[in-house]
Design a binder for this molecule. Sequence first.
Ligand SMILES: Cc1cc2nc3c(=O)[nH]c(=O)nc-3n(C[C@H](O)[C@H](O)[C@H](O)COP(=O)(O)OP(=O)(O)OC[C@H]3O[C@@H](n4cnc5c(N)ncnc54)[C@H](O)[C@@H]3O)c2cc1C
Length: 349
Amino acid sequence: MLTDRYPYFFGPAHAAREATAAAFRATGTIHERVAGLAGAGLLEPTDVRGLAVTRWHLAHADALTDLAFIVQELGTFPLVTAGGFADVVTDARAGRSVVAFGLTEPDAGSDVRALATQAVRHGDGYRLTGVKHFISNAPDADRATVFARLDTGSPQETIACFLVEGPAATPQRVAGHSIGRFDFLDTPARLVSLKGLGLAFATLERCRPTVGLAAMGMAQRAFDETVRHVNTRRQFGAPLAAMPVVQSRVADMALELEAGTLTALHACWRRDTAGLGERTGYESAIGKVTATEAAQRIIDTAVQLHGGLGVEEDSVVQKLYRDIRPLRIYEGATDVLKTVIAGRWLEGS
Ligand SMILES: Cc1cc2nc3c(=O)[nH]c(=O)nc-3n(C[C@H](O)[C@H](O)[C@H](O)COP(=O)(O)OP(=O)(O)OC[C@H]3O[C@@H](n4cnc5c(N)ncnc54)[C@H](O)[C@@H]3O)c2cc1C
């Protein structure tokens, strides 16, 4: 358990949550998984470390349930922060509805400020026109929190946050995920906040360090599978574990697991203990990049040490190899986060 192993990062509430997450299993549709998470109490409000320990265990068992979990947080956190959407948040936390987070557009990925979806006032509400793509859980979403431009009459156009009920989605084929695209055309929406960009960044700042823990949960699973395999698989008259090169590779995996887990947990702890208005983007970038890049290498080694079994379609490590890849892209691609890290130290970057 992370809370036993790194007790200085955690309190009793984290330990209780971790025990629940460790025992939790879900299958079926995104709705069924979200309902299961709610039934176990895992959608109750928590801090960043609470999200992180939950993600570690969910991702260790099954990447799709981890995504179902964190997307509920991404979708509802802007509503919780803005206030006034208690009914929607209650519904989501009770597992009765799936809420997506719609920020990315075809011409606004890493550069979110370039988003072009337009909002216009219409009677008491608003209408949205534009495209959002690569939206997790979109095909299953009952609601979506969406970011769009709004002309408020001030010299600078505002990026505001809206809530769309029952958004229609076109599924996108991304292996192991439920992803889709929203094509909004005069789609009715409710205003959540005029400070949409701030809400989007605050949501990402909260969730980004937890991506590192999800990555470490997957990497730990790959490590566990590998230790089991090299201890039992015999070649050249001995277990693979007896070979110095294999021992060195397993030691490298353990080193990276420790470094990735510690840096990602540190980023979560910093976010939870930061003062009001204090930014923790640097620690968050360090934690996400260190952990997700390490996880990719650990899982690659796991596949290698499994030999042919490692690329069999139904093998655990093959699935992890596929599932880990997007974590180095979404919520801040490694290369983009490296510019944040370098920017702390270098003039002109
Ligand atoms: C599985 C998955 C789930 C997702 N879920 C959601 C979701 O729920 N909601 C949502 O809004 N979005 C979601 N996204 C979208 C995700 O946030 C974007 O894919 C991500 O922000 C990158 O944008 P892009 O794909 O347009 O890549 P681009 O912005 O085109 O970047 C491509 C690559 O160029 C490089 N690059 C870009 N900018 C820089 C820079 N400044 N410096 C150095 N290198 C750079 C990086 O290597 C980057 O990976 C999801 C994506 C995936 C893959």
